[in-house]
Design a protein. Sequence first.
Length: 263
Amino acid sequence: MTHYEATLHRIHADETPRVRTITTADLKDALHCGWEDFKAQPSHLAFVALIYPLAGVLLAQLTVSYNIFPLLFPLLGGFALLGPFAAIGLYEISRRRELRMDSSWRHAFDVLRSPAIGQILLLGLLLTGLFLAWLASAWLIYRAQLGLPANVSTADFLRATFTTFDGWVMIALGNSVGLLFAILAFAISVVSFPLIIDRHVDMATAVRTSIAAVEANPRVMLYWGLAVTGLLVLGCLPLLVGLVVAMPVLGHASWHLYRKVVG
């Protein structure tokens, strides 16, 4: 990164970020801007976004290969917790396009040379810890409610899950616990990664700002969380292939949402 680019990249890291109140119109505009960013550079954005669906397919294959099929849904659902971390290259592309700098695909990896990379990785480790804690919780719930043999077939697992009382309790309890993990991950990461990339603040400041943004805009942030979930679900339906579009659009939209929320 040149001195000129570094100067543009750094925006008063020592200032305390100010949180704005936003509306649903801002969400629509953020999604629109994310779509425009994707259309402007679809090839390299799709390339970067392939990391997400390919990792999902790999996780699904591992659950089948090692007879841990009961963790397939928790893995795929919980993998969304890592979405903000996986999108750091997309945030960098958005930042560069905003500054009218070269935004070819290789610059998606410039964030790895950012002075704030340590804080980015630290926050990524925090989300990874939440992801692993969710998997452990899901496994404990499964063992407590069903506890089927390790070599259980897919048909028997599905039958026990959807046709027994314990199976329905497992579904209800698992979804409730998963929702708590999702809310926590969303609150600490909705604007924190873009903020660290943009202003080089420390992780604690970024997390506090992200939580403050959710507290200042609870209804709008709820809509945003539902929109993100809905688009990721749609992207997962055709064997995760739709994530090649959904992931970059959401990544760029998240950057534009950050711009609207953080003064």
